[in-house]
Ligand binder design. Structure first.
Ligand SMILES: Nc1nc2c([nH]c(=O)n2[C@H]2C[C@H](O)[C@@H](COP(=O)(O)OP(=O)(O)OP(=O)(O)O)O2)c(=O)[nH]1
Length: 370
């Protein structure tokens, strides 16, 4: 999607309105305004925001809109890009540039009881769980933003089953290790094949009901018509995410139109109804992810909810791979139209550094296990 900065752009007689959107929050409280009935997409809640003027960047527009609508001065707050999306409302096309802005405790204290904005619009602080559960009626384009907001800030990735292959019972060793090592209430990316997922992941979640999981739903589930992954997720993992993971090579094979038979089976999942998570290592894969994200929105499929961008730093497991380094990582992260997850040589304490470089979360294996 083009990174337009002016208020309106006109292609083939279709006018697109460029809008900056601020997802303002303090911890798990999210600020919503209520759109007047007379406005486009009226009688719905919205995140604070508005049109980007011709001479403004998205960030400048946000600072101005937030000040005009709420009186909150965010010019010193960190603005973390969540993503960009284009939405066709039929009567109007919008291109939303979405940023997350966390308020300080002092800013929240000052504004937490405020029921009306400076333009007379009703304002409310929504609990994240209710917002994500769809309890607030928002414009249709915001469905994607809510999916993005489900991504946690810290993600512990599990070891593959093969890591325990020297043990007499590798499945039991996998469960035992992760049962002991995962931090309380952590988010865990369960990296197992579909056939393993059914019984091993289930065991882990039974003994550690406090953890939330990102479960890769892969082709195997569909090929074998496995429904137990669905059942497990729906029954056991409220709040967890089930997403199809596309590796860098599958993503690039789709983008370049080159695939062999095995890959074409995986490529079928490009149009999976599940949300997608992609792995990117360079600019080409970020552009591929952007194209895929835009196609998914156009086809009204679940969005690409995140991109693992790696390796940020050198890792113990791949000491010979040249890492991107923070500067190059940050430049790539800014180009991505979806939230970016830092991976490679990172520890949970590096979340602030990651946010400052334009990512939304940190992920890893070794350093994320206690
Ligand atoms: N502010 C905001 N706008 C959103 C969100 N989701 C969404 O689709 N939009 C759309 C609705 C509008 O078409 C456009 C926002 O532009 P706006 O608020 O400046 O435009 P407007 O037409 O309502 O205002 P105006 O011309 O009366 O100044 O973006 C959201 O969460 N926040």
């Amino acid at each position: 999607m083009p990174n337009e900065m002016s208020g309106q752009s006109k292609t083939k007689n279709i006018t697109t309105v460029n809008v900056a959107v601020a997802v303002i929050h303090y911890e798990d409280k999210y600020l919503l305004g209520f759109r007047d009935a007379a406005q486009h997409q009226g009688n719905r809640y919205e995140f604070v925001g508005g049109k980007i003027e011709a001479d403004e960047s998205a960030e400048q527009a946000l600072i101005r809109e937030v000040a005009e609508e709420t009186g909150i001065d965010i010019h010193q707050n960190m603005m973390v890009k969540l993503g960009r999306l284009h939405h066709d409302y039929g009567d109007k096309q919008v291109s939303l540039q979405v940023y997350q802005v966390e308020l300080t405790a002092q800013q929240y204290e000052q504004h937490k009881d405020c029921e009306y904005g400076l333009e007379g619009q009703a304002m409310t602080w929504a609990d994240k769980s209710k917002l994500l559960a769809g309890e607030y009626h928002l414009p249709a384009a915001n469905k994607t933003i809510l999916e993005w907001l489900k991504l946690p800030t810290k993600i512990a990735i599990t070891y593959p089953l093969a890591h325990f292959s020297a043990q007499p019972n590798s499945a039991a060793a996998w469960v035992h290790y992760h049962r002991e090592q995962l931090a309380p209430e952590s988010w865990v990316y369960i990296r197992l094949k579909a056939s393993e997922l059914e019984y091993i992941a289930q065991q882990l979640m039974d003994v550690r009901p406090d953890i939330l999981a990102i479960l890769p739903y892969d082709n195997d589930c569909q090929r074998s018509k496995t429904t137990s992954t669905d059942a497990m997720v729906e029954a056991k993992t409220t709040g967890s995410i089930v997403a199809r993971h596309l590796t860098h090579s599958v993503l690039m094979a789709w983008f370049n139109g080159t695939q062999d038979i095995t890959e074409s089976e995986q490529l079928a999942d490009i149009s999976s109804e599940r949300p997608l998570i992609v792995s990117c290592h360079d600019i080409d894969s970020i552009l591929a992810a952007n194209k895929l994200a835009s196609m998914r929105i156009q086809q009204q499929l679940s969005p690409v909810i995140g991109a693992f961008l790696s390796p940020v730093l050198t890792t113990q497991t791949h000491p010979d791979t040249v890492p991107l380094g923070w500067e190059a990582w940050s430049a790539l992260a800014q180009l991505a139209d979806m939230p970016v997850i830092g991976l490679g040589g990172l520890a949970p304490v590096m979340i602030d550094q990651t946010l400052a470089h334009g990512g939304v979360s940190v992920a890893g294996i070794r350093q994320f296990h206690e």
